[in-house]
Ligand binder design. Structure first.
Ligand code: PLP
Length: 395
């Protein structure tokens, strides 16, 4: 699939994507020649600052916001933490009870800081934070009626991801925003658009949100850089204190090369988004129907029309995902179970549990995630290898 790993059948683009050559090329000058610190006063600094500000303008254009609303971060996790903890800490300063509402299928980068806040992460002095989780329907979409019931004027943060990382479900975000504005008028609305950014135009899909998180490595950019869009002066208490960069919202010398990489990846994603979405969606549909036909009892967890074009999450009865991943890896096929932690160990999936999928069925969960680099030949290869691997495990 990639020039350096030609034998790989890489179907794990939701985990990370290869850096696009145009992105690598755009970043290259900042590793050596244009190495200045963007905060400095001389010409070397000015060259770096110019690149950083051009990257900010480009990200703003891709995201549909003002350049001053873009906060560069060290990735999606940091953007999510800043959104959740920064918003709740700012709200708690007033000393009155604040509540947060998240969907039950958020990525740990949202879920964990929200839980930490509810357990007193701010320490003594901050107001208590109440956390409510909005349930989802069996296809992973948020239960809008239940969400309405959880929203009230004490809610300071509503965080609902635009698309899920495990199963790919795209959320009805405009309806979530409308419900929040109606019932929780003081709430800051955040969306984790980390998975969606490769496939959806965030300038429209996330238009109503106050805070939007993205991460470069999910769309052909480098790892370790992302951004949080903070619209209209949304109040955020910074998590990193220091030199006051990023208008005091994220101290630390900016990763200029990374910002350029993020800007380039977002811009390129917009160039052929529709055509690539249609091409990859068709490959994903071919994979899904082929797997259903070839593997007895296999079910597609979320119908293609509800999911991002690259996602194909399946449940394979009578097969253990861990064993399946090992067998497929031996064939050069990289897929995932969708819920591994940092050690690579497979954790029980809170996403599948929230969708009402029991632990037994979840044991056979596999996530294929396609991307711009995916070819028809890779899909055919997976379609040959997966049924054979399942057969081996079942017998
Ligand atoms: N949010 C979602 C939905 C993700 O899929 C991921 C990464 O898997 C993250 C946040 C974290 O992003 P990063 O890897 O840039 O920290």
């Amino acid at each position: 699939m990639t020039a350096s790993m030609p034998d790989l059948c890489y179907l794990d683009h939701a985990a990370t994507t290869p850096v696009r050559p145009e992105v690598a090329e755009a970043m290259a000058p900042f590793a050596a020649g244009r190495f200045g610190n963007p905060s400095g006063g001389h010409r070397a600094a000015a060259a770096a600052r110019l690149a950083l500000e051009e990257a900010r303008e480009s990200v703003a254009e891709s995201m549909g916001c003002d350049p001053g609303e873009v906060v560069f971060t060290g990735g999606g996790t940091e953007a999510d933490n800043l959104a959740v903890l920064g918003t709740l800490a700012a709200a708690a300063e007033a000393g009155v009870q604040v509540d947060a509402v998240c969907s039950a299928v958020e990525h740990p980068a949202v879920r964990e800081p929200a839980r930490a806040a509810a357990k007193g992460w701010f320490g003594a002095g901050g107001a208590p934070v109440g956390l409510r989780e909005a349930p989802v329907l069996p296809d992973g979409t948020i239960d809008l009626q239940a969400l309405e019931g959880l929203l009230e004027p004490t809610v300071a943060l509503v965080s609902v991801m635009l698309a899920n990382n495990e199963v790919g479900t795209v959320q009805p975000l405009a309806e979530v925003v409308a419900a929040a504005r109606r019932r929780a008028p003081r709430a800051v609305v955040h969306t984790d658009a980390v998975q969606a950014a490769a496939w959806l135009d965030l300038s429209t899909a996330a238009a109503g949100c106050d805070l939007v998180s993205v991460s470069a490595h999910k769309l052909g950019g480098p790892k370790g850089v992302g951004a949080l869009v903070a619209r209209g002066g949304t109040r955020l208490r910074p998590l990193l204190l220091g030199g006051g960069q990023e208008r005091d919202r994220r101290s630390g010398t900016q990763n200029v090369a990374g910002a350029v990489g993020l800007a380039t990846a977002l811009r390129l994603a917009g160039v052929d988004r529709e055509a690539e979405g249609a091409r990859v969606g068709a490959l994903r549909d071919r994979l899904a129907t082929g797997l259903v036909a070839a593997v007895d009892g296999l079910v597609v967890t979320v119908p293609g029309v509800r999911a991002l074009p690259g996602h194909c999450h399946v449940l394979v009865p009578g097969a253990d995902r861990e064993e399946l991943l090992v067998l497929l890896d031996a064939e050069g096929i990289c897929v995932s179970a969708g819920s591994s932690c940092a050690s690579g160990a497979l954790e029980p999936s809170h996403v599948l549990a929230a969708m009402g999928i029991d632990g037994g069925a979840a044991r056979g969960a596999l996530r294929f995630s396609l991307g711009r680099a995916t070819t028809e030949a890779e899909i055919e290869r997976a379609l040959a290898a997966v049924p054979a691997a399942v057969d081996r495990l079942r017998h």
